[in-house]
Design a binder for this molecule. Structure first.
Ligand SMILES: [Zn+2]
Length: 267
């Protein structure tokens, strides 16, 4: 009797493992990680309102070390896009790292660490937050990369890509008050005043039909959301709308072991 129960349990486990393997092969998914700010414990203590959106420098390095130790492949936007379109197959352990808002702390702390571990990442910049002149790092978590710094970063860190987080729409709820023409103008403004890009990340993850229509009309290829909701995060699949690509929020930091467990999940 006991033997039969053991055989039944083993059979159930095998069926489960087999089903998960089939599911993973038929529905490949890639985790798109979403970070924002990064700082030391002292800096985070000095800016408590940034806490939810700031990862500790040491915790961030632990993430990179784990990704490296576990042989994760970090992606460029182009690799992710080609995978999404079915033009490129990727290993199961692939990940796209993204940073929102273009904080100066990214340049100060994140970029050197990404370079050290040979990991690629994308930063979504807000056009009207970037100043013309250089600003030195002084521990202020509310400072943003200047145009000068962005240009420097492009040379110093070829593993870092930049794309649009809007020119002037990074204000909570602003989208509701904008007409279609104004949205189109803002998208064009970024490419005129910053640089050419066809990848977008919605400010605050907020979008509407006008915004999606405008991006398509302006020949954008992909747009990233946040979540889908603040309570539900999932990996991106090829079936996802190219203009509603979900991301996993890890902005506030997370134990590297927990991050690994989340990444290894097939959803
Ligand atoms: Zn943002």
């Amino acid at each position: 009797m006991k033997k039969k129960i053991v055989i039944a349990i083993i059979a159930i486990i095998l069926i489960l493992v087999w089903s998960i393997a089939i599911y993973m092969i038929c529905n490949p998914k890639v985790a798109v990680l979403c970070y924002h700010n990064i700082g030391t414990q002292e800096e985070i203590t000095n800016f408590p309102e940034e806490k939810e959106w700031t990862i500790d420098v040491d915790n961030f390095e632990q993430h990179l070390k784990m990704l490296n130790d576990m042989s994760y492949k970090s992606l460029t936007l182009d690799e992710f896009y080609k995978w999404k379109k079915g033009e490129l197959d990727l290993p199961y352990k692939s990940v796209l790292l993204t940073f929102d808002d273009g904080f100066l702390s990214n340049y100060e702390y994140a970029f050197p660490l990404l370079k050290k571990y040979g990991i690629k990442a994308t930063v979504f910049l807000i056009g009207n937050y970037t100043k013309e002149s250089n600003e030195e790092w002084n521990g202020n978590l509310r400072t943003y990369m200047s145009k000068e710094i962005i240009e420097k970063a492009k040379i110093e860190y070829p593993n870092i890509e930049f794309a649009s987080h809007s020119y002037g729409l990074h204000e909570n709820g602003i989208l509701n008050s904008k007409k279609y023409e104004e949205i189109v103008q803002d998208i064009e403004f970024f490419n005129e005043k910053m640089f050419d890009t066809n990848i977008y990340c919605y400010p605050f993850g907020a979008y509407n039909d006008d915004m999606v229509k405008a991006l398509k009309e302006e020949r954008f290829k992909m747009a990233f959301i946040f979540g889908p909701t603040n309570k539900e995060y999932r990996k991106a699949s090829r079936d996802d709308d190219d203009f509603l690509i979900p991301r996993l929020n890890v902005s506030y930091g997370i134990e590297p072991s927990k991050l690994f467990l989340r990444l290894i999940m097939p959803f």
